[in-house]
Design a protein around this ligand. Structure first.
Ligand SMILES: Nc1ncnc2c1ncn2[C@@H]1O[C@H](COP(=O)(O)OP(=O)(O)OP(=O)(O)O)[C@@H](O)[C@H]1O
Ligand SMILES: Nc1nc2c(ncn2[C@@H]2O[C@H](COP(=O)(O)O)[C@@H](O)[C@H]2O)c(=O)[nH]1
Length: 194
């Protein structure tokens, strides 16, 4: 007989360009774990779609949601809403959420027993410039982002997350995938007892 699985959230955090969203796509494609969409006032990138990549908001509409946490990042607002999390949990008990590190710290405070934290990093932060360029980010936005205090801060695991974060080194995707698979094996073993 199966036991009901408590709602869980895989929080994927780390610096910009390290591959958080890429890992969330891997969780979706290989484990059926959907990502909770967050809200932002940042304009969409060329290939981004409202309601698929983000809920793209105006300054006015951003204020109307109910946030578990929200931050300013490189000149724009970002927030994860109660509405989006509840909607995702209604579909399945395991979901993922991609956040900068302040947001991840907030979840560690608000729902410590329900989160599994992945901190994504690379051995050489110099590669991140090239990754953001290849992603098609606007050059001025890349410059602003790499110079921001938030970007520099997120290159280190925050002290508050050190004891709980699973560090995923994404120098090559194969390497990252192997670490995620190993972690998921343990998570599934712990949570699904037949
Ligand atoms: N191991 C890898 N090797 C090379 N490129 C990668 C690797 N992993 C991800 N990428 C690419 O790097 C770019 C940034 O990845 P992604 O968007 O997943 O990062 P992110 O951490 O979610 O960034 P942000 O915080 O800025 O949203 C993407 O174009 C992605 O395809
Ligand atoms: N704390 C939060 N961080 C968020 C949220 N949604 C996205 N993010 C993070 O912001 C930066 C910039 O994102 P980008 O899409 O402009 O590259 C990145 O680290 C995201 O993970 C959120 O709701 N809360």
């Amino acid at each position: 007989m199966g036991r009901a699985i408590a709602n869980q959230l895989i929080v994927i955090t780390g610096a910009s360009g390290t591959g958080k969203t890429t890992i969330s796509h891997y969780l979706r494609d290989h484990y059926g774990i959907q990502r909770v969409l967050t809200h932002t006032t940042r304009p969409p990138r060329a290939n981004e779609v409202d309601g698929r990549d983000y809920y793209f908001e105006t300054e006015e509409s951003f204020k109307k949601n109910h946030y578990i946490e929200s931050v300013a990042y490189s000149g724009y607002h970002y927030g994860s809403s109660r509405e989006a999390l509840q909607k995702a949990w209604q579909q399945q008990p395991f979901v993922s959420l991609v956040l900068e590190t302040k947001g991840a710290e907030a979840y560690a405070q608000v729902m410590p027993k329900q989160i599994i934290v992945l901190y994504v990093t690379v051995s050489d932060p110099q590669v991140l410039l090239d990754r953001l360029k290849r992603r098609g980010d606007v050059p001025q936005e890349i410059e602003k982002r790499l110079a921001s205090a938030e970007f520099k801060r997120d290159l280190q695991v925050p002290t508050a997350l050190k004891s709980i974060a699973h560090v995923i080194v994404n120098d090559t995707f194969e390497q990252a995938q192997a670490q995620v698979d190993q972690l998921l094996k343990e998570v599934i073993k712990t949570n699904v007892k037949l």
